[in-house]
Ligand binder design. Structure first.
Ligand code: GDP
Ligand code: CA
Length: 312
């Protein structure tokens, strides 16, 4: 079986670890969000691709959910000693090596998709990891604070401001001319089922769906999603701040409606959200908290069973 899964960072990566365990024989292609990517200190950082790569490659800081295990921060301290900004973005020493390799390859002219393939040779994630696009395409956030109304990079809003200043809107800069990375449309075309893990519906999954051609390619497919919202709140993180910004309620129902019944065939929600309903969508209520890999695998198995049933 060939499974395609979209993915953001933590929610996506933890789900994928379960998916891999749920069907070890399946071929899994992951289309990763690159809207969070940022250039810092001359280095290209792809937080969501790296979270997926480290999580599936057993190199993740489990507790934090992102970054490397057994990390140190000597370079960050040295940069701070020079007074170099930004100091609000956590870049560990081990993690920096990834960004150095990536930046060097970009400088040499390799596309992000080939670089990601090269990086995953080390991590052996057991899935094929593709960036949504090789074209630079970054999420910016329009905010209004003491400096007036302005757009900041998504990471500045998310990490430095902790989403405490309301977002007025999001702009995916560069999306108009972005093309899906090589292999993305082909993988979707060949997929038996497509899974939307419980990633941020606005700035992870929503971003990938905005790349011209991806959403259209998904429409004829059997697509099953897992709600990132349980009982009116995100399981972790600040997805509510993103949903509010685009005028969508923080509920499993509203996220399903945001994706739409043209895209979604099956929707997995928590038991307390069992009343969620939308014409044309099969809603299944089950525990969807990924406490550990076994729990994530149970959730993944349910999505696969549902997808296979709906695909028939
Ligand atoms: P990010 O890029 O690191 O922010 O991660 P993602 O976009 O992949 O995922 C963030 C989303 O995952 C948040 O909206 C969370 O609500 C959701 N999430 C995290 N852990 C769980 C979980 O155990 N179960 C479910 N259903 N959602 C989760
Ligand atoms: Ca992210």
């Amino acid at each position: 079986m060939h499974i395609v899964s979209l993915a953001g960072g933590i929610g996506g990566a933890r789900f994928l670890r379960g998916l891999r365990a749920a069907d070890p024989a399946a071929t899994i292609t992951v289309i990763g969000n690159t809207g969070d990517d940022i250039t810092l200190f001359g280095l290209r950082v792809c937080p969501d691709l790296d979270t997926v790569m480290y999580t599936l490659g057993d190199g993740i800081d489990e507790e934090q959910g992102w970054g490397r295990a057994k990390e140190s921060h000597v370079v960050k301290e040295e940069l701070a000693a020079y007074g170099v900004e930004p100091q609000w973005f956590g870049l560990g020493d081990r993690d920096l090596a990834t960004h150095i390799v990536r930046s060097q390859m970009l400088e040499a002219g390799y596309p992000l998709s080939q670089i990601t393939e090269a990086l995953t040779t080390r991590w052996q994630p057991g899935v094929r990891l593709l960036p949504m696009s090789d074209d630079r395409c970054e999420t910016h956030v329009v905010i209004e604070d003491e400096h007036g109304r302005r757009a900041v990079h998504f990471q500045e809003w998310w990490v430095r401001l902790r989403a405490s200043v309301p977002a007025q809107s999001f702009a995916l800069v560069g999306v108009d001319t972005a093309r899906p990375a090589p292999g993305v449309l082909e993988a979707i075309e060949e997929a038996d089922v497509v899974i939307l893990p419980p990633s941020n519906p606005v700035v992870s999954i929503g971003t990938i769906l905005q790349v011209p051609g991806i959403r259209d390619a998904l429409l004829p497919k059997t697509v099953v999603g897992v709600s990132p919202i349980i009982g009116g709140a995100p399981v972790r993180g600040m997805a509510d701040a993103c949903l509010t910004a685009i005028g969508v309620k923080t509920t499993a129902q509203a996220v399903l409606e945001l994706y739409g019944s043209d895209l979604i065939d099956g929707w997995l929600v928590a038991e307390e959200d069992a009343r969620v309903a939308l014409d044309g969508v099969r809603v299944v209520a089950r525990p969807i908290l990924m406490h550990d890999v076994a729990a994530a695998a149970d959730i993944a198995r349910t999505t696969l069973d549902l997808a296979q049933e709906l695909a028939r």
